[in-house]
Ligand binder design. Structure first.
Ligand code: SF4
Length: 430
């Protein structure tokens, strides 16, 4: 039996419309604002084992993915998610509810404002307005509340950054590929401005086969100012403070935000087991945490702790293998699901990436991208070193993307480890 269109490869999956993968169905749970209570975290961990293969991923849009879900288990999983309030009314609404928001804007005293009410209003607008349901599946929005964890390094088609003025907080709306042009609006206007820009995108992109599928493509064709005009919005040069990114040291490990202690912890390559997530929920409860935040840096932040609880939780998560040290070399490596999870993958890249991480020097960003094929899903941008899996080893691309021409072919893991240990991010000269 052939897979229905909704299960075809390349579909942006959800909980109502999962994606068919090499290890079964992949269900992506879009968590509103990235905030989850502890009971929901524990239930999701149980669901991963009961209905799937027990593998859970945190995505770069701060969502949770459950892997290996069986066709027969899907309806049971959807019922449990519905009970937790994590299921959309229909697939069209789910498909467009792609919003990344500041994870700690409610407790970070330096944040401009709490983004949760704005996220809720934008989600309602996206769900209720059928004209927006034609947006491409990966089209996304971002609400940045500022503070210690700004979202400047996170990609989005339409982004809103909170700023302060004497008259109160306001937002600068910018488009992907054009950070130098912005429309300014009040917080309550964000859903209307987002909808106007999204509709301008749909009208401008058109429906042809070559139509841009993302805002960046339309900006390259038409320019940002013309898209703001088409949305009936004035635009100007934004304040210089836009586009700062968060630092790992600001969210990993034990952190304080005002009177509140938090613990930031990242699973290697964003992937964990049911046991890992269950332990996180159990330990968070033991330490009297308030809730868990998902971040687009593929890390959890457990919030609402006191100092003793935060230290105890940090120790427990570290013992379990979560990354709490911002200098951990695993953070400099990114890898896709690989085999057997993805049918396109030539090798089990996650296990080999973990082995190679020992040879990668700690880096501020990504030093090594290990990809199961030339599609490069885990990292669309150039990296100092990109490995593309082949049956007989890895092809190596230097300062490029997985689809670029390799400098070397069919290298073994041992050869690559030796290369990384000696080159430390410099030119590859052999
Ligand atoms: S890059 Fe990885 S996850 Fe993407 S299609 Fe290739 S093997 Fe699959």
């Amino acid at each position: 039996m052939s897979a229905p269109a909704s299960l075809r490869k390349g579909w942006c999956p959800g909980a109502l419309v999962p994606m068919s993968a090499g290890d079964g169905l992949l269900v992506r749970i879009r968590v509103s604002g990235g905030r989850l209570d502890l009971d929901s975290v524990a239930t999701i961990a149980d669901c991963a084992a009961r209905f799937g293969n027990g593998i859970i991923e945190i995505s770069s849009r701060a969502n949770l993915q459950l892997r290996g879900i069986s066709e027969t288990g899907l309806s049971g999983l959807q019922r449990r998610l519905d009970e937790l309030g994590l299921l959309d009314a229909d697939a069209a609404a789910e498909n467009v509810r792609n919003i990344v928001a500041s994870p700690l804007a409610d407790i970070d005293p330096s944040a401009v404002l709490d983004t949760a009410p704005i996220v809720a209003a934008l989600e309602a607008r996206l769900g209720d307005d059928p004209s927006l349901h034609r947006l491409p599946a990966k089209f996304g929005f971002l609400i940045d509340g500022g503070g210690v964890l700004p979202l400047g390094d996170i990609e989005a088609d339409i982004r809103f950054e909170a700023l302060r003025s004497k008259g109160g907080p306001y937002f600068a709306a910018t488009l992907a590929g054009a950070g130098d042009v912005a429309a300014l609006c009040a917080p309550r206007e964000v859903p209307d401005v987002a909808a106007a820009l999204a509709l301008a995108f749909l009208r401008g992109a058109g429906a042809g086969e070559d139509a841009p599928r993302r805002m960046r493509g339309l900006v390259a064709l038409r320019g940002a100012a013309s898209i703001f005009r088409a949305a009936d919005l004035g635009s100007s040069t934004p304040p210089a403070s836009l586009r700062r990114g968060a630092e790992r040291r600001d969210f990993l490990g034990v952190q304080t935000f005002g009177a509140s202690y938090c613990v930031g912890a990242a699973p290697s390559f964003g992937r964990m087991t049911t046991g890992d997530l269950r332990l996180l929920a159990q330990e968070a409860r033991r330490c009297a945490a308030a809730d868990v935040r998902l971040t687009p840096w593929r890390a959890f932040i457990v919030a609402g702790l006191d100092r003793g609880g935060a230290e105890s939780l940090g120790a427990a998560l570290g013992r379990r293998g979560f990354i709490l040290d911002p200098a951990d070399p695993r953070l400099a490596v990114v890898a896709c699901s690989g085999a057997p999870a993805c049918a396109n993958a030539a090798r089990a890249v996650q296990a080999e990436a973990l082995e190679l991480a020992r040879s990668v020097p700690a880096a501020r960003g990504i030093a090594l991208h290990v990809s199961g094929c030339e599609k490069g899903c885990a990292h669309s941008w150039p990296a100092p070193f990109t490995l593309v899996a082949r049956k007989g080893g890895y092809d190596l691309v230097v300062n490029g993307k997985a689809s670029d021409e390799p400098a070397h072919k069919a290298l073994s893991v041992e050869q690559i480890a030796s290369l990384l240990a000696h080159e430390h991010g410099g030119d590859v000269s052999w």
